[in-house]
Design a protein around this ligand. Structure first.
Ligand SMILES: [Zn+2]
Length: 413
């Protein structure tokens, strides 16, 4: 196989050029989905793809698919995809690197007139961030059949603007039915959004899956009473119960180290007064682990701990699971292609599981999929200071190119 090399400076220039679209004073990007700025970057993206001879199709939720023919027209394309929308105080690389890294792959192949066996398809997924319209990963979710189009259209932003009006407003409602633009596999290049690669001085994360996530809401009801005149043994202090459950959440996560994490991040105490024994506490629990079977065990331990703690103190507990996002295992063949692509590029790498959700997590339900991670400084993301170097971006795009070519070899005749 020919050794093709991407152009690091051209990739970097495109990252910096598009970072001006919604660029913030602190060096980040504020480019919320389906805004006028999103239209500007979408128009730019379409123009760049068409300049390479690609045909751009838009589906009814605004997902953009740039199609580059291959030697064979009888097989589905290999897709490369991520997102161009950002958080309100987003960085320059989250999502954008995956799309522009893919663009750099297409440009490299175009320059050398290199024809892959399978067609290629570069995808910009709508509303990955979920910051203007909840939930996150909406465009890829509709594509994968997780949500329907009517659900997407009905989403409202904080100003009461509906998704349907926003997408019509910028002219990016296409004709293609969601899911009708087929591809046979997808690779997503993304920054890690965590500190592991940087700490271990690895250039590439070979992503084997996305961890499962479960959210719970817990209410403990005790009895409000005077803090001065109520003896300790006659109290039903709901906050004391919550504190003990917080300890259990921490213990449960540590019992499944190093992959498990458990967090109580939101607590509401009623009446929240310094001289009233707390009568009611509401709090959340967030558990994550790459294996659903382990999450089942963690959940069972939590659901045992809550009544046990409540019994000790005399509280009435109510606990319910409010969100369950199953663990995702990426496709072994796609992962193998990334591994080979990484070796061919001579990059130090390690396997890892994504701690955050990505478009690839939904796409994995309908097509063989995997991801490639590159480091970001301090693990910082969803922050204007998000930082990845030219060399790190280039390494990711090179491995992306290598992986796509490796995967494409199976289609040779
Ligand atoms: Zn992202």
């Amino acid at each position: 196989m020919q050794n093709l090399t991407i152009n690091p400076q051209r990739l970097w220039d495109s990252l910096m050029e598009t970072a001006q679209i919604g660029g913030t004073a602190k060096g980040g990007i504020c480019r919320l989905t389906l805004t006028d700025l999103d239209k500007v970057v979408r128009d730019w993206f379409r123009g760049q793809c068409e300049a390479l001879g690609c045909t751009v199709t838009v589906d009814q939720v605004g997902n953009m698919f740039a199609f580059k023919p291959g030697k064979r027209s009888d097989i589905e394309p290999i897709a490369i995809g991520s997102h161009l929308d950002t958080q309100p105080t987003g960085g320059k690389f989250d999502g954008v690197l995956g799309v522009l890294g893919g663009l750099e792959v297409l440009r490299t192949l175009h320059d050398l007139s290199y024809e892959t066996n399978a067609p290629l398809m570069l995808v910009n997924w709508t509303n990955e961030e979920g910051s203007r319209f909840a939930p996150a990963m909406l465009g890829s979710g509709v594509y994968a059949g997780v949500f329907d189009r009517a659900f997407a259209d009905s989403r409202e932003d904080r100003q009461g603007v509906r998704f349907s009006d926003a997408i019509d407003g910028i002219g990016y409602r296409g004709d293609a039915a969601p899911g009708s633009v087929k591809f046979g596999a997808m690779f997503e290049l993304h920054i890690e959004q965590g500190p592991i690669l940087e700490a271990e001085r690895k250039a590439i994360g070979v992503v084997t899956g996305v961890q499962g996530m479960r959210w719970y809401e817990v209410e403990l009801t005790g009895r409000e009473a005077h803090t001065g005149s109520t003896p300790m043994h006659l109290r039903a202090n709901a906050l004391l119960g919550a504190a003990r459950v917080v300890e259990h959440v921490n213990r449960i996560a540590l019992e499944h180290a190093p992959s498990a994490v458990g967090t109580v991040g939101l607590v509401e105490v009623t009446p929240n007064s310094r001289n009233v024994i707390p009568g009611h506490v509401f709090f959340t629990v967030d558990f994550r682990h790459p294996d659903d079977a382990v999450l089942d065990v963690m959940e069972r331990k939590l659901m045992e701990a809550i009544p046990a703690v409540s019994n000790e103190i005399g509280l009435e507990p109510v606990a319910k699971k409010v969100w369950d996002s199953p663990a995702v295992k990426f496709d072994p063949d796609c992962i193998a292609a990334v591994r080979t692509g990484t070796e061919r590029a001579g990059m130090p790498a390690r396997d890892m599981v994504s701690g955050a959700g990505h478009d690839a997590a939904y796409i994995a339900r309908v097509a063989p999929t995997t991801m490639i991670f590159v480091p970001c400084e301090g693990g910082l993301s969803h922050n204007e200071a998000e930082s990845t170097t030219l060399e790190e971006c280039a390494a990711g795009a090179q491995v992306l190119l290598n992986a796509v070519l490796e995967y494409d070899r199976r289609f040779g005749r």
